[in-house]
Design a protein around this ligand. Structure first.
Ligand code: SF4
Length: 415
């Protein structure tokens, strides 16, 4: 066995994710790290903690210009334009930012006062993701949303007026008692608002949520859910929105660069309560990859960032070689674009030949197809993505092939 030499192509592009953990109230379907705000928003203290978090995570890291920043949550639009301006100025002072960096703000239509988007844009925001979810008042109530459809329409007017035409509308389908016509009506209402991007997610019952304990009546079955997805995709395509990822549709040139970097297995720093990060490092001839994680609970996060530098560093975990093919595939196969062998090798530090057996199996099952010089999920594979991904799960140690002992251990090299 020899070490696989990582090509000297440099490290993957780097993005920054910033998590804002508070919401006005918790939606019953939501399993994100979001907490109903009680009392006053600790805006100044949180911005200060975020900047310390970034400074600590930057220590000893190779500096690459940030390609994108995503302010997500939770409800980051609870933070004032002045607070986000302080944050973004602080980020720029710590870290080089690409000249054309995409800076996205997630916004809840229930938190947008007049003039607010213009101020966010002045603070440096270039793209907005608006959590509309539905335009049907009864559905918005069932989903526990704090806004009405009219709030979403008003927020979009504000976006256009502020010159923030590059915005996404988040929609859900498969809602309680929803028909295919109801799902299509939501898509129609979204298209009428002239977004550049639509994210279209099926409502799922996630463990630990209110809905998981008490599922709402009348959830569509999986056949109806699949019909809704197909019909909505067709309507979006007719309006010029290409499905470039399982749940993401964009006009030409409006794909979300930040999310694309995740799906292409790029690197990202994650700051804020519960934020995750992924970073790569060249260690001699091999590529080291580690994941970082922050305290989920906002008060604990704030307390940990007030501690000494050693105590305030994020938890880190090395990504073993055996885990990397699955991790790469879990992201890359969500995309409609093909990935090339060279991308797999550069991002994982492994030889593509390692994938031969699972790739062949998936291809024989009609779940994978060749496209140009690369590979992608076939239309069938796209519909049965979980099934396709199981082909790439690391083998359990007891069943590891005897000729690949290090595969099982996940610590040595495979090649
Ligand atoms: S507003 Fe978004 S992040 Fe907050 S609870 Fe609702 S779904 Fe979760």
């Amino acid at each position: 066995m020899t070490h696989h030499q990582v090509e000297a192509k440099g490290l993957p592009p780097l993005s920054l994710y910033v998590h804002f953990p508070w919401c006005v109230r918790k939606c019953p379907y939501c399993d994100f790290n979001s907490h109903a705000l009680r009392g006053e928003l600790p805006e100044a203290a949180y911005v200060q903690a975020l900047l310390r978090d970034l400074a600590l995570q930057g220590d000893g890291q190779p500096q690459r210009a940030l390609q994108s920043i995503f302010l997500g949550g939770g409800t980051p639009s609870l933070f004032s334009p002045a607070g986000l301006s302080r944050l973004l100025d602080g980020v720029r002072a710590h870290w080089p930012l690409a000249g054309d960096a995409e800076i996205t703000l997630e916004a809840n239509p229930g938190t947008i006062e007049r003039g607010r988007f213009a101020d966010y844009r002045a603070a440096g925001i270039t793209r907005v993701s608006l959590g509309a979810q539905s335009f049907d008042e009864a559905q918005l109530q069932r989903l526990g949303r704090i806004h009405a459809a009219a709030d979403t329409r008003r927020a979009v007017e504000e976006l256009h007026a502020a010159g923030l035409a590059n915005f996404n509308i988040d929609l859900m389908y498969g809602l309680p008692q929803q028909s295919a016509a109801g799902a299509l009506a939501d898509i129609e209402a979204a298209i009428a608002l002239r977004p550049a991007h639509v994210s279209h997610y099926q409502l799922t019952l996630e463990p630990g949520t209110v809905f998981a304990g008490r599922p709402p009546a009348g959830l569509p079955d999986s056949d109806l859910g699949a019909d809704m997805q197909r019909l909505c995709q067709q309507r979006l395509a007719a309006a010029g929105f290409e499905r470039y990822e399982v749940s993401a549709y964009a006009l030409d040139g409006a794909r979300c660069r930040h999310n694309l970097n995740y799906w292409r297995f790029g690197d990202y720093l994650g700051i804020g309560a519960g934020a995750h990060g992924k970073r790569s490092r060249l260690e001699g001839e091999t590529l080291g990859i580690e994941r970082t994680e922050r305290q989920r609970e906002p008060r604990r996060y704030l307390a940990s960032l007030a501690a000494s530098a050693d105590a305030a560093r994020p938890q880190c975990r090395a990504v073993a070689l055996a885990e990397r093919p699955f991790e790469f595939m879990m992201n890359a196969l969500r995309l409609s674009e093909a990935f090339e062998a060279s991308a797999f090798e550069a991002r994982t530090g492994l030889q593509f030949a390692l994938l031969q057996r699972p790739m062949e199996r998936a291809w024989r099952r009609g779940l994978l197809e060749r496209c140009g010089g690369g590979w992608r999920a076939s239309p069938r594979g796209f519909d049965f993505l979980n099934d396709l991904l199981t082909e790439f799960l690391p083998e359990p140690p007891a069943r590891a092939p005897p000729d690949r002992p290090d595969f099982a251990a996940g610590t040595g090299t495979w090649l």
